[in-house]
Design a protein around this ligand. Structure first.
Ligand SMILES: [Zn+2]
Length: 273
């Protein structure tokens, strides 16, 4: 398979002049379920323990009481704020955008996608990843970076874009059993709101950012594609399909996207396997 050499240019100084602004976005769940794991899990009590005395008695006698009937299978929790609001962390959203840009833009390096422990056949079928090195960066010794690192940073270089958490707006949830465990999921048509804040970008870089969120040009208007996110996205079609939309569109966005597409000739992937 053809490998494009990495296109490295001198990095943009973080205080450079350019366009600053905010893009407000909405994420909608298109599949039956979406699970973005918090990394913590619990067990639900499924029936009241009514014979505690007998169980304690049993334990005192040296037996291990069987409590399995009282508890649900392991329940993997979704990311939430402490007040219970479902969220998708900004770092997860940034990872999604960054992987798509690394895979789409010929001449970018891999920071995220290279380390992705993703060897699933579905992943390879969709994205056809190629082996690319990653950038090492040093403002004095190696000041050249690829276009994605220049926008979103890498170790040693700050991002020029900040991703907020996407906060549940209209959310329904359900615990779904997968291979013996339960997963706390948000269900189809749930929505989340979030934003990206950027500083000192060129118009073509705003176009790049929009492309990373799945925005495309169709019939001279901005369209949006389905993207994969969260657990089981490559193994179960009922999981992990999301779509972004713009809360406030800006007439310049279409031109920025066009400028990005004509300058970078990005690849596209159909993620609806
Ligand atoms: Zn890079």
């Amino acid at each position: 398979m053809r490998r494009s050499p990495i296109q490295r240019n001198e990095y943009t100084k973080r205080n450079s002049n350019g366009i600053s602004g905010v893009i407000e976005l909405r994420l909608s769940v298109k599949s039956d379920y979406l699970h973005v794991g918090s990394g913590s899990s619990t067990y639900r009590l499924v029936k009241k323990i009514d014979n505690i005395d007998a169980l304690v008695e049993d334990a005192i006698e040296g037996n291990i009481p069987d409590l399995s009937a009282y508890f649900s299978p392991k329940l993997h929790l979704m990311t939430k704020y402490s007040n219970g609001t479902f969220i998708i962390p900004g770092s997860t959203i940034k990872g999604l955008v960054r992987t798509r840009l690394e895979l789409s833009i010929p001449g970018s390096c891999y920071i995220v996608s290279k380390d992705a422990s993703n060897t699933s056949q579905t992943y390879r079928n969709i994205f056809k990843p190629r082996k690319k090195p990653r950038d090492r960066f040093d403002p004095v010794k190696f000041p050249k970076v690829c276009p994605v690192c220049d926008l979103l940073g890498n170790s040693g270089l700050a991002s020029r874009v900040t991703f907020s958490d996407f906060v549940g707006e209209k959310v329904n949830s359900q615990n779904v059993k997968v291979r013996g465990d339960e997963y706390e999921c948000v269900t189809k048509n749930s929505t989340f709101r979030g934003k990206v804040v950027f500083k000192g970008l060129k118009s073509v870089e705003i176009g790049m950012l929009l492309y990373g969120f799945g925005f495309r040009i169709g019939n001279n208007t901005i369209t949006s594609k389905t993207m994969l996110l969260g657990r089981f996205k490559f193994s179960d079609r009922q999981f992990g399909r999301v779509q972004f939309s713009l809360v406030n569109s800006n007439p310049n966005y279409l031109n920025y996207l066009k400028e990005f597409v004509s300058k970078f000739k990005p690849l596209d992937f159909n993620e609806e396997w």
